[in-house]
Design a protein around this ligand. Structure first.
Ligand SMILES: Nc1ncnc2c1ncn2[C@@H]1O[C@H](COP(=O)(O)OP(=O)(O)O)[C@@H](O)[C@H]1O
Ligand SMILES: [Mg+2]
Length: 381
């Protein structure tokens, strides 16, 4: 029933193949999980979650069938022709260079909408993904995304499983806290860091871990009396010092806007202005999204992520309100590019001035001629 198997990816737990399904007369993906690598409870969880998710949502990679033989569990999934976003961006990175970024002919705002729509659908069913990252977001040949890999998903709203997910994308409280963490709020953090990766091709920190002796604000320390699920009662409190394991994350804790500006935006601005950038910070990205070539717009998107998704206090993470704000930025940007809304960008300019962008409106759209206009959707190999 399945023929022409071609290996797509092989990871620590599974090998994924593209295969022709003669019954359906289309390609499918076979996720083959060796029994010795995975517990029955684990695969049953993934199977149960995928069944619950069903086939209704266009941005969730659905399960077509399920098999088991003596050695393997096999999930039959709808096949996404363009692979995952991590691999996609790796190809794009190779096509661009510093000062000559490749142009991604996809709308970033559409991708944001689709990721949040898929997660909101899952959350409404009581399912949290817990491993949101570019590797688990698949791309179709139409340029739409499908959220995949529900292997870490849970129906528990509160979890004390502190060994789940991928370090770069995990919310601080998922590394350990007294009362358990809110699984849905930790997805919002994952979306925030994923959006940073998609925008700049790098994660801001290796991990967001705050060791038990690093603070007591979040209920990490034994002295804490926090009753919140996972986070602080007041993220602005100065009475406790939060000390992170990772240097970058420590800087983010102390000054999130400043860190994000220095790490992601300053290198872009430096390249744009022909100045050298500090190579110890992030590197300028090697690509731009076609609907996101204005530095102010990029700056504003970063602010929304910092304020609404990658906030230390889990209670302050809201995917739906961040989406409304993202849409506003895109509306402003359309008008801005048509020369319409200077006054509405004032607040924005103020922030960028504080953040030492001093040459006024340095609009990256001027740089468009330098872009390598390449059709890069789809893998050529
Ligand atoms: N349905 C699919 N269509 C195309 N590629 C897929 C599909 N499912 C998985 N892949 C590829 O296989 C990789 C591993 O699959 P995933 O479900 O994430 O397994 P793991 O649990 O091993 O991470 C993905 O990152 C993606 O590159
Ligand atoms: Mg995966």
């Amino acid at each position: 029933m399945y023929s022409n198997l071609e290996q797509i990816q092989s990871g620590s737990f599974s090998t994924v193949y593209k295969a022709w399904c003669s019954t359906l007369k289309k390609y499918v993906a076979l996720k083959v999980i060796p029994k010795q690598k995975y517990t029955e409870t684990g695969i049953m969880n993934e199977f149960k979650i995928m069944k619950l998710l069903g086939k209704k949502h266009p941005n969730i990679c659905s399960m077509i069938d399920y098999y088991e033989d003596d050695n393997n569990y096999i999930l039959v999934l709808e096949y996404c022709e363009c692979g995952d976003l991590y691999d996609f961006l790796s190809i794009v990175k190779r096509q661009g260079s510093v000062g000559h970024p490749a142009l991604i002919q996809l709308d970033f705002i559409k991708i944001i909408h689709q990721i949040i729509s898929a997660l909101t659908y899952a959350h409404n069913l009581g399912i949290a993904h817990r491993d949101v990252k570019p590797e688990n977001i698949l791309l179709t040949k139409e340029g739409n995304i499908k959220l995949a890999d529900w292997g870490h998903a849970t129906l528990d709203r509160v979890s004390k499983d502190f060994n789940i997910g991928t370090d770069n994308y995990r919310a601080p409280e998922t590394f350990g806290c007294l009362n358990g963490y809110d699984t849905i709020k930790c997805d919002a953090w994952g979306v925030g860091v994923t959006l940073f990766y998609l925008m700049f091709g790098q994660c801001p920190f290796r991990n967001a871990e705050i060791p038990a002796n690093g603070m007591d604000l979040y209920g990490f320390g034994s002295s804490s009396s926090s009753s919140s699920l996972s986070s602080s009662s007041s993220s602005s409190s100065n009475s406790h010092k939060k000390v992170a394991k990772c240097v970058n994350f420590q800087q983010y804790l102390v000054d999130p806007y400043g860190f994000i500006y220095r790490y992601f935006l300053e290198p872009i601005v430096c390249v744009h202005q022909g100045r050298p950038y500090n190579s110890n910070e992030g590197k300028p990205s090697f690509y731009v999204w076609q609907d996101m070539v204005n530095i102010y717009q990029i700056f504003y998107v970063c602010r929304i992520i910092v304020d609404n998704l990658a906030t230390i206090d889990a209670d302050d993470r809201f995917m739906s309100s961040s989406l409304i704000l993202f849409d506003k930025v895109w509306n402003y940007n359309n008008n801005f590019n048509q020369g319409g809304v200077d006054h509405e960008m004032k607040d924005f300019n103020g922030v960028t001035e504080n953040a030492t962008l001093s040459n006024g409106k340095s609009n990256m759209t001027n740089n468009n001629n330098n872009l390598e206009r390449k059709q890069i959707i789809g893998k050529s190999s």
